[in-house]
Write a protein that binds this ligand. Sequence first.
Ligand code: AHR
Length: 510
Amino acid sequence: MTSFININKSEKKEVISRHIYGHFAEHLGRCVYEGIWVGEDSPIPNTRGIRNDVVEALKKLNIPNLRWPGGCFADEYHWKDGIGPRESRPSIINNNWGKVTENNHFGTHEFLDLCEQLDTEPYICGNVGSGTVQEMQEWIEYITQEGKSPMADLRRKNGRDKPWKLKYFGIGNENWGCGGKMRVEYYADLYRRYQTFVRDYTDTPIYKIACGPSEADYHWTEVMMREGVSRTEPYPDKVVTDIWEHHRPEMDGLALHFYTRNRANYDSATEFTEEKWFDYMKRTLVMEELIQKHTAIMDKYDPEKNVDLIVDEWGTWFKVERGTNPGFLYQQNTLRDALVAGINLNIFNNHCDRVHMANVAQMVNVLQAVILTEGEKMILTPTYHVFEMYKVHQDATLLPVSVSTGTYTYGEESVPMLNVSASQDDSGKVHISICNLDPNKGEKITCNLDEITGSSKASGRILTADDMTVHNTFEAPENIKPDVFNEFEVEDGKITFTIPSKSVLVIEIQ
Ligand code: AHR
């Protein structure tokens, strides 16, 4: 059987925000400490305490933004603990993640240094659960205020004269759970209050991100959309209107969290059969339904799409690796994770009219990490390779696709065999990313695109392996990595090829 991917360039419209390719680094397990921060005195090569190998590898992904310091950690984090001379910073308990001691050596300056080294935009998550409004206001002032002020002076005293650029700011994290176990009706009011004091000290207004729903909590989205956006309403009195700085929404983004996991019984990341391969493909595709349904609610209150959907935590969540601290969420990463990443990124691309940002959880050594470290060693995971292959979609124009494909059936259940997205970059190159979910069957695909001529050039890169559990280890770091894929037949208006089973393929046509 042949599957068809039809690309209609006349329908091309939305731009795929590069921020869909964002990352997340929490003070959790060995993500920040060891994975990123080793300290200036470490034998591991570092720049001002930040490990060079990790930065170098991450730079190849063109990371557009990095979310920090949590996660659950954010709603217990008091930022003033993490500034000033390191030896005088207080040690605290990381209550959410293993109750280990956190020495606060990685704080605001170190995080923003990391962002500068990565050339990425910071996305900071503030503390609503246990922090004060004043604390949140002062953090923004500390980071962004140029002139003289108590917080700008404190920043200078701590060695940084110029303010940093900060656009993305989250008003709490999972406030329905670890961030305070709030009802949405209560959080919505708190959100309105806290965000009022998140001031703009520069010409770049702070982009305010509200805590959004967990998975399919549509009531949360309904209430936040009803209560969270109010400044778009006209004010009756012109003078009053002018006093308010802008007519822009008080909420720029609403953050959805959805993990691909089996909460009833966390599964192994590496030891699985086809049953669990299929199960995780099916669980990942739920993201499509969640985005469609949350978007429908957002459309009702905000048809002009002023408020973005931000998926700032997504990824697989497995049982921790044997012998590791259960509170550290350290897991391996196989070809199955690569498929999960490829499918999610395709879904976000295809919904880029509403999805402005997404952040994989997490960047190093935690959950679906792109990098794993062990002492001075570092390996790249299959998920890393997907991010590297898909970076061609960043800021490209979405080309809507219609896919006619068979199904991948396991037992009584089926999912579509192929998952696809496509885009065109500024230089005119078309990129098509295709995931074949079926671990047993390759598939012949004809891709129809009017613009293709007999002289069009096609090239591709593929991530696949014979074994669905394949993963990189510190002993064998290149068990799985992208390969060249060049088996195309190019004719006027179409290109034909056979995608291997269980693979992620990115094609370039020019
Ligand atoms: O990413 C791990 C945790 O998952 C985050 O801290 C929290 O926001 C979510 O529940």
